[in-house]
Design a protein around this ligand. Sequence first.
Ligand SMILES: Cc1cc2nc3c(=O)[nH]c(=O)nc-3n(C[C@H](O)[C@H](O)[C@H](O)COP(=O)(O)OP(=O)(O)OC[C@H]3O[C@@H](n4cnc5c(N)ncnc54)[C@H](O)[C@@H]3O)c2cc1C
Length: 381
Amino acid sequence: MRRTVFEADHELFRESVREFVERTLLPLDENIRAERMLRREVWLEAGRQGFLGMQVPEEYGGQAAGDFRYNAVVGEELARVAVAYNSIVSIHTDICAPYLLELATDEAKAKWLPGFCSGELITAIGMTEPGGGSDLAALKTTAVRDGDAWVVNGSKTFITNGGHADLVIVAAKTTPERGAKGITLFGVEADTPGFTRGTKLDKVGQPEADTSELFFENVRVPDSHVIGELDRGFIHMMERLPQERLSCAIANVAHARGVLDETIAYVKERRAFGQAIGNFQHNKFLVAELITKLDVAQAFVDQCLAAHVTGDLDSVDASKAKWWTSDVQNQVIDACVQLFGGYGYMREYRVARAWMDARVTRIWAGSNEIMKEIIGRSAGL
Ligand SMILES: Cc1cc2nc3c(=O)[nH]c(=O)nc-3n(C[C@H](O)[C@H](O)[C@H](O)COP(=O)(O)OP(=O)(O)OC[C@H]3O[C@@H](n4cnc5c(N)ncnc54)[C@H](O)[C@@H]3O)c2cc1C
């Protein structure tokens, strides 16, 4: 189906992102998986090409595009190759950026944003803790006032970019007795004494990402690094989650589409019983179903994207997009594994890796159960 959400400028921009993926990222693909993190040289090249500071004002070195469709283009092109590439970059550009742009102090913006745009300062966000991620209000990390600074103690887990981020946005309790109304966000620079990282976590998929545990032991954070209002961190996070979930939905569809395109090419070539396996009616119908599922999902995501550009995307529609697309993505890729037969189970094949990579999209960014909780609540239940 022809998509109408993008304009000529976005498609021109897409060509440059695609070239970056082919020239800079793909030649390093195997090394990145072996090293289990995105190399800094890739970040720096992305920065040079203007793919990191799309929302950032020009005075800080950004492009000031002010149009999330450019982020969507970057997300789609990265996710087509591997969904982890999107998550690594979008944590920075789609998820951390709004906190820094909308809530950081002027002093912090001047310090952080130029490096944010150039790729010299990589960001991560630490909400989830070993004790739980869905129930954010119950987080245990604390920040206590001491003289002219805040002292942060606690730990975070499953943090994307955790292994190499230079700046982590950390949610901590400043007034623990007030629960959700006692959370504040802090920008913790990685060279601050007391901040340490665990080893890269051994995930089922997405080896490209250095998902890590983070530890905070008497980490002193100045007032200028408080992000947003004191005790309003929970609201700040809730207000920014729709963009995070839209970003996930965009990537989910693009990832599945990339794998399906490759699968269609494969079933045209692979032969059994004297004919291409794609010619068996069962497989032809299966491919027809997968194409349809993705087109239908894409139509909803594009509508959400258009709504986000005009400021009309709410958390309920973003939740629908996130859970639905992650389910469809997993269904499509699982069927693609089947169509590849035994090769579909070999790590050497992208379809096998994509199958392992996709499983987490139903868990992260707010699990699909939490998405349904939000949608159900909107129905008055
Ligand atoms: C690869 C990866 C990368 C990640 N990146 C980040 C990151 O960069 N930053 C970050 O902060 N977090 C990150 N996360 C954490 C992720 O967001 C959490 O794993 C997720 O929110 C779920 O939290 P949890 O793992 O603690 O599960 P739990 O909250 O313990 O939930 C366990 C199960 O219970 C279900 N459940 C919980 N509450 C309810 C309810 N009310 N109703 C019905 N079912 C419920 C959940 O849906 C889930 O199925 C990442 C996770 C992974 C795996």
